[in-house]
Design a protein around this ligand. Structure first.
Ligand code: GTP
Ligand code: SPV
Ligand code: MN
Length: 596
């Protein structure tokens, strides 16, 4: 126990110390280690991890500082059916979350956590979400028995001593308790206690279930705090756009998991735009916290410090900035390993720049050869990379004051019905548009892939409280903002009858972004449609893009029958909320019906 005492004594905050002491008693680790966030510590962690099989070192000439990690094949995505909002009343969780009575949840999880770290090391990981000194920055402390989690938290957050400085003597920190346990899906629970500012996660070592600063703290707990305190936590990217004439604007966009946030945030404008001086810079690729400043401007920060991005499909045509970002100091999880002649390893995935290897080790550890009928990389394989690796990082990415937001974009993955782009008539209509977004499910969460579901603001799995209060909060935010951002809806994923994407996407999305920004400035033309304001095909700049005008017309077409079916499928959300649906939502729905 004396070693444990020494670790405890090194924790400068007495509230954290007391909590860690309780967790030691419950989890009974062999060792306790308090992370300091230094480079030396990270090097030690990787060395240790390579010795114990947590990490595999990649070829350090080609990929300096890069390591491979494989999670359990039963544990490669978020588990929404095992994710709970816990509290004294079911009303806290609302109709879109799994609810668990807090007393029962604590009781059940205590039985699992008791003794779960015997023979293991407990890592105590202090971290800050948000730029240091930002009015919204939040401190969390994660206790985990996973070395992979401790290392990843060091990339994804501002981790170590800096968190003790930010916290001082305060007791305002999120308690994040995590154990991989025996990684059995039957004993896997991701529990949030918003009223206690506490997260207990057991039985998973995968990203969103285990890196508790990310979805658990920065979206579920933060969205609850935001509602209480008058700010917003959203599943959004944040980007800067310069137009070459000295004008710079910031855009936030919410797309569901694996629907294009990282790619859009790192967009490189097509040649024609680059020639004119257009430039896109990244502030964040997954999470945004927003508040109204003293002048009534909506300002935004990215609480994270790194990117946990989808690997398959990442190449120098789709996302050159991401390719550059993951050349050093990156963890690759669940891609394929390629043994090299000198005994070292490279990585490979579907749609990468590298030619298909003759032989590889697939994401699940099995042998892989071309044409063997299975994927080499898991569709939800990920990179974990420091944001400072991004050559297009925005200079304001660490500004505690954040950036003003000119436009908010909602989007989904829709092979049918939804046009390329339209603008909401106003904030209230925009909230309705965001709230009724539908999207085809992806491999980022376990379960069926490709089924359309309602995903309000791309936050369905991440709203940490009642969706009724969440939507009301969106409507209410309008009163705090003097000149609200304009709101848009986009869909990069519409397909033709042959099942091919009609829109080239990626860098070419710049053309849609230009129209969006011009609309914000009152400079671009739009026509009124039942859905909202839409560009005519000639209002989207097509210089240098070889796209049939007919395709463009199809991309923007609205079929009244399809929109009626869409209205009917929105019913799913309305029925779930029943009498709790905010009246603004009902009015907007009626208005849309009458426009049709
Ligand atoms: P999370 O990290 O899960 O929140 O995902 P994300 O929203 O950041 O998605 P990401 O940018 O990683 O993209 C997911 C998938 O969508 C990748 O396979 C991309 O290749 C694909 N994708 C992204 N943008 C586009 C686009 O403009 N057009 C098409 N057709 N596919 C895209
Ligand atoms: C997502 O699923 O939206 C992600 C990955 O960004 S995870 O961190 O697992 O949530
Ligand atoms: Mn995400």
């Amino acid at each position: 126990m004396s070693e444990h005492q020494a670790a405890l004594a090194s924790i400068p905050n007495e509230h954290v110390r007391r909590w860690v002491e309780e967790c030691i008693k419950m989890c009974q680790p062999d060792k306790v280690y308090v992370c300091d966030g230094t480079k030396e510590e990270r090097a030690r962690f990787f060395k240790e991890g390579c010795e114990t099989g947590v990490f595999i070192e990649l070829n350090q000439k080609k990929l300096p500082g890069c390591y491979y990690h494989r999670s359990n094949p039963n544990d490669v995505a978020r588990v929404e059916h095992l994710t709970f909002i816990c509290g004294p009343t079911e009303d806290l969780a609302g109709p879109t979350n799994n609810y668990w009575n807090d007393k029962e949840a604590y009781a059940k999880l205590k039985t699992l956590f008791t003794g779960c770290m015997k023979g293991r090391t407990m890592y105590v990981v202090p971290f800050v979400m948000g730029p240091i000194g930002s009015p919204l920055a939040k401190v969390g402390v994660e206790i985990t028995d996973s070395l992979y989690v401790a290392v990843s938290m060091g990339i994804m957050t501002r981790m170590g001593k800096v968190a003790w400085q930010q916290l001082g003597d305060s007791d305002e920190f999120t308690e994040c308790l995590h154990s991989v346990g025996d990684c059995n899906p039957e004993r896997r629970y991701i529990c949030h206690f918003p009223l206690d500012n506490r997260i207990w996660s057991f039985g998973s070592g995968y990203g969103g279930n285990a890196l508790l600063g990310k979805k658990c703290l920065s979206l579920r707990i933060a969205s609850f705090l935001g509602q209480q305190q008058g700010w917003m936590a959203e599943h959004m990217l944040l980007m800067g756009v310069e137009d070459g004439k000295g004008d710079k604007n910031y855009v936030a966009a919410a797309f569901p998991s694996a629907c294009g946030k990282t790619n859009f945030a790192m967009l490189i404008p097509p040649q024609k735009y680059a020639n004119e001086g257009w430039k896109v810079t990244t502030l964040g690729d997954d999470i945004v916290w927003m508040w109204a400043d003293e002048n009534g401007r909506l300002r935004a920060i990215n609480p994270e410090y790194g990117y946990f991005g989808v690997v398959p499909g990442t190449n120098s045509r789709s996302n050159p900035n991401a390719v550059k970002t993951i050349q050093k100091d990156t963890i690759y999880t669940n891609v394929a390993l390629v043994p090299l002649e000198d005994g070292t390893y490279d990585v490979w995935w579907e749609d990468s720049d590298m030619p298909e290897p003759k032989k590889a080790i697939a994401w699940d550890g099995s042998e892989w050869t071309p044409g063997c009928g299975k994927k080499a990389a898991h569709p939800n394989s990920r990179f974990t990379a420091p944001m400072h690796n991004n050559p297009a990082l925005d200079p304001a990415a660490e500004d505690p004051a954040g950036v003003p937001v000119s436009a908010i974009i909602f989007g989904g993955r829709r092979s049918k019905t939804i046009p390329l782009v339209y603008q909401a008539f106003n904030w209230i209509h925009g909230v309705y548009v965001g709230a009724t977004i539908g999207s085809e499910t992806t491999a980022a969460a376990t379960g069926q892939v490709g089924v359309v579901r309602r995903d309000p603001m791309a936050m369905l799995p991440f709203i940490g409280y009642n969706v009724r209060d969440y939507l009301t909060h969106w409507f209410k935010m309008r009163k705090k903002i003097s000149d609200p951002p304009r709101i848009f809806c986009v869909n990069w994923f519409r397909k033709n009858d042959q099942g091919k994407f009609m829109w080239p996407g990626f860098g070419e999305n710049m053309r849609v972004l230009e129209w969006i920004l011009n609309r914000c400035k009152g400079r671009a033309y739009a026509q009124e449609t039942p859905l909202g304001w839409m560009p005519r095909p000639e209002d989207i700049n097509m210089d240098g893009l070889d796209l049939d005008p007919k395709t463009m017309q199809e991309l923007q077409s609205i079929n009244a029958d399809d929109v009626k079916s869409e209205l009917l499928s929105q019913q799913e959300l309305f029925l779930k909320l029943g009498g709790d649906m905010p009246k603004e939502m009902i009015f907007q729905r009626e208005l849309l019906i009458s426009r049709l």
